[in-house]
Design a protein around this ligand. Structure first.
Ligand SMILES: *Cc1c(COP(=O)(O)O)cnc(C)c1O
Length: 383
């Protein structure tokens, strides 16, 4: 267990100077294989699907940031995308097992569960998990996994992780928390009782919109062994270049998240006070239904905001088309601000289901540009 603080861990965990050259930065080990001294005698690396030193550094860094140090049980497995991480968790289940997920889970998570895992005999229920009753009433005797995303995408609902962990414990199910929106800087689900944390490192961890990746972190030694086995047996690993980009991005996570929090807080208040806006979803607003819970389990409210304009769908489309600094694009969590319309873009796959989102919903990923520039961009785009 390291006693260093988050910012220090991000820069040092798993990142000792390179033993052969003294390089201060973990090199990109662009190699698929490793020369052995004699059959089976090697320095710990045999083949890069199994292990690659750049990926090892990233896994050590992410585990430490979620509170799993080198001497602890558990660890991190990095994957080629966030959905590859989710799919790997799916491999822990079998026919007849049941999953509970929030009714506004990330569209891709929903699609994987509803269109792929069901084909393998896995059952699921989507419900409003923002209350303990909601979680408890979705659980069945065969529930093996409670999947929680908090804050949710795109409606920024907050789910009480400690309460969800209690329900999971009572029902003998694993609690998985998709921590993509909050990042370990703002929220540490394992310390609140979650069994596994999932990330799309494409988003805030990478932070620069230049790579796609994912990760699972657990503090359960047995689960970790199973995931390590699955990582090698099923093969969705990030290459060394992508592992390096996330490793580098995470070094600045703390300072970036501070600015995301600050900018998004200012923008949420601006939107809330503006008559051209009908409703704002942001857990940092005191009137937001998730605010009280967010305060107990998050150290900041993050950079994601959703809102509906007073002018309905036409107004939403024109805002999305008119911003200059907020690029109209899917994804989130990068240094540059993005705007999108979930119903027509990221959440198309949930149309006509319980997970459907308002058609005129506008989602912002607030970047780390100067907040005055972002505010004037939105002010102009609102028309
Ligand atoms: C993007 C995202 C995912 C999926 O990650 P990919 O890297 O795109 O596969 C999962 N959960 C959340 C909350 C996301 O935003």
């Amino acid at each position: 267990m390291t006693e260093d603080q988050f910012e220090t861990i991000a820069i040092h965990a798993g990142q000792e100077p390179d033993p052969t050259t003294g390089a201060a930065v973990v090199p990109i080990y662009a190699t698929s294989t490793y020369v052995q001294e004699a059959p089976g005698v090697h320095k710990g690396y045999e083949y890069s699907r199994t292990d690659n030193p750049t990926r090892t550094a990233l896994q050590t860094q992410l585990a430490a940031l979620e509170g799993v140090g080198e001497g602890d049980d558990g660890g991190c497995v990095a994957t080629s995308s966030g959905l590859a991480a989710t799919a790997m968790i799916g491999y822990l289940l079998g026919p007849g097992d049941h999953i509970v997920l929030p009714n506004d889970a990330y569209g891709g998570t929903f699609r994987l569960v509803a269109s792929v895992l069901t084909e393998h005999g896995i059952e699921w229920t989507a419900g409003d998990l923002s209350s303990v009753d909601g979680i408890a009433s979705a659980v069945r005797p065969n529930t093996k996994l409670i999947w929680v995303e908090t804050p949710t995408n795109p409606l920024l609902r907050v789910i009480d992780i400690a309460e969800a962990a209690r329900v999971a414990e009572e029902s003998g199910a694993w609690l998985v928390v998709d921590n993509t929106f909050a990042t370990p800087y703002l929220q540490q689900p394992l310390s609140l009782g979650a069994d596994m944390v999932v990330h799309s490192s494409t988003k805030y961890l990478g932070g620069h919109s230049d790579t796609v990746g994912g990760a699972i972190v657990t503090n359960d030694g047995e689960l970790y062994e199973r995931l390590r086995f699955l990582q090698n047996a099923t093969g969705p690993v990030p290459g060394p270049f992508d592992a390096y980009l996330v490793l580098r991005g995470v070094k600045t996570l703390a300072v970036r998240m501070e600015r995301h929090n600050h900018n998004a807080g200012m923008i949420a208040r601006f939107l809330e006070d503006d008559p051209r806006v009908a409703h704002v979803w942001y857990p940092g607003l005191p009137d937001d239904p998730g605010h009280a819970t967010a305060r107990t389990q998050m150290s900041g409210f993050g950079g994601m905001i959703s809102f509906t304009p007073s002018g309905g769908l036409d107004a939403a489309e024109s805002i999305a088309a008119r911003t200059r600094l907020f690029f109209l694009a899917e994804s989130l969590g990068g240094v540059e601000s993005l705007v999108e319309m979930p119903a027509a873009m990221t959440h198309l796959s949930v149309e006509g289901t319980d997970l459907e989102v308002p058609p005129d919903l506008v989602r912002l990923s607030v970047g780390i540009e100067h907040v005055d520039d972002l505010l004037s961009d939105l002010d102009r785009a609102l028309g």
